[in-house]
Design a protein around this ligand. Sequence first.
Ligand code: FAD
Length: 275
Amino acid sequence: MDTMHSASLVKIEQLSRSTRLFRFEVGEELVFTPGQFYRLTFRDGDGDFERSYSFGQLNLDSSQRYFDLVISEVSGGRATALLFNAEPGLLVRLRGPFGRLVLPEGEHRQLFLVATSVGLAPFLPILSELETHRHDAFESVHLLLGVRDESEFIFKDELLQLRSRADWFDLTVCYSREKQVHGPWTSLGYVTSALTTFDLEPNEDFFLVCGNPHMIDDVYRELRALKFGPRRVIREKYVFAVQEKTAVKGELSSKDQALLQRKMAQYTQQIITED
Ligand SMILES: Cc1cc2nc3c(=O)[nH]c(=O)nc-3n(C[C@H](O)[C@H](O)[C@H](O)COP(=O)(O)OP(=O)(O)OC[C@H]3O[C@@H](n4cnc5c(N)ncnc54)[C@H](O)[C@@H]3O)c2cc1C
């Protein structure tokens, strides 16, 4: 059920150079299944606008009256401008929950959680849910996290602690721009290369994949080639709001079209440069 709620910003924490955690307090308990997202309505000088964000609280407790967002700065972004200059007390409205990126029913062999950057956010409550209730449903759980370098490895302490206390949990952090590994949990290259090091079974393993749309397409292509069906690879692309709008409404204003074309040209150029 999709109901409107209000929330107030109570805490901001810098997680890396470009990423912050925003904690919001709510008056009532918000329903969500770990892995889902809400649509937040913000207000700035030009009026109201909406953006989607995964709930990224690491500790699940039904009595909690807060939710955490893990947000990466986007240059020129409207929500970025508002949030990265916000003070505690900022009010937002939100509706949800939405999304199919949740733990599967039943038992499976290996569960893979694959993310780039802030695509890690929905996996934080999922890991909490696994630890407290659900890890027995899988022989093992593997988190594959793609980041550019060590400085972007957010929630490092928490993930390494989980790795040392949970024998069902395995972590691989893939650095695309580091020259050397930083520990037994690290690997050089993209998450797609790390995937090929696992013994995968298309009828028994299950994938949840979240973050950069290009990474998701690459991972999905690899898995399809290994005969994984779409029901075993649940994907959530962090598309830009203007693309999300197109997906929902199927149309764009000419202003949005011009903005999208301009930004996609810049973004494609940036990817080519980075590669
Ligand atoms: C289901 C879902 C869940 C999401 N969850 C999260 C989350 O947990 N954390 C999070 O940080 N984000 C998340 N996002 C992305 C988020 O909704 C916003 O798109 C993002 O924060 C940028 O918003 P903005 O208003 O700052 O930028 P916008 O004003 O929307 O964008 C400014 C311009 O930059 C371009 N642009 C936008 N994003 C990028 C980018 N990443 N790289 C290059 N160019 C870009 C756009 O084309 C646009 O023209 C999610 C998206 C979806 C669809």
